[in-house]
Design a protein around this ligand. Structure first.
Ligand code: HEM
Length: 154
């Protein structure tokens, strides 16, 4: 189950990134062109948050199953010589959780805004901050903290 979860979580990251980028571009164009907030905009807002929530659930399952996380919690002072356990056990988990909270608040606030312009602005600002946090916390092959492939196929 662990290798399958890891592959799904790794590939799902691209869906999270593409949907967030699309939502930000859509919100930006709506805001700067003074467009009406249509049902398509609303669907994009809703699905972007839902995709992130699915990734959160996969991440939690992975956190329970991962041998790296078990190792992190088994080491008495939680500070190991390798950076991977601390990165995934603490920072990746913490920053990703934070990003999804930011995204969720932004989505809920955008939904409740009165004007279309305010809906676009709220989505643009909160989703952009969430994307920045996600980009920093992904273990890219070039990341200074932990390195994982762009595409994992088992
Ligand atoms: C937007 C949210 C997230 C994104 C884009 C994301 C992305 C990634 C990526 C790309 C990897 C490397 C996969 C690989 O080795 O090929 C990874 C690993 C991991 N993620 Fe996430 N993640 C997110 C949220 C979370 C959350 C919220 C948790 C925990 C609750 C989590 C737990 C983990 C764990 C434990 C690993 C490493 C497991 C291992 O190597 O044994 N992730 N994540």
């Amino acid at each position: 189950m662990y290798p399958a979860l890891l592959t799904i979580h790794s590939l799902f990251r691209w869906l999270v990134l593409v949907s967030l980028l699309l939502a930000i571009l859509q919100a930006g164009s709506g805001y700067f062109r003074n467009r009406l907030f249509t049902s398509t905009d609303n669907k994009i807002r809703h699905w972007t948050a839902t995709i992130a929530h699915i990734q959160l659930i996969i991440g939690i399952l992975l956190y329970i199953k991962s041998p790296i996380i078990s190792y992190y919690w088994a080491s008495s002072d939680n500070s190991t010589t390798s950076s991977d356990p601390s990165f995934f056990g603490l920072y990746h988990f913490g920053f990703m959780l934070l990003s999804i909270i930011i995204l969720t608040i932004g989505s809920a606030k955008a939904k409740r805004e009165k004007s279309d312009k305010a809906k676009f602005r709220t989505m643009l600002v909160w989703f952009s901050v969430a994307l920045l946090v996600i980009l920093v916390a992904i273990p890219w092959p070039f990341s200074p903290w932990a390195n994982r492939p762009y595409i994992r196929i088992f």
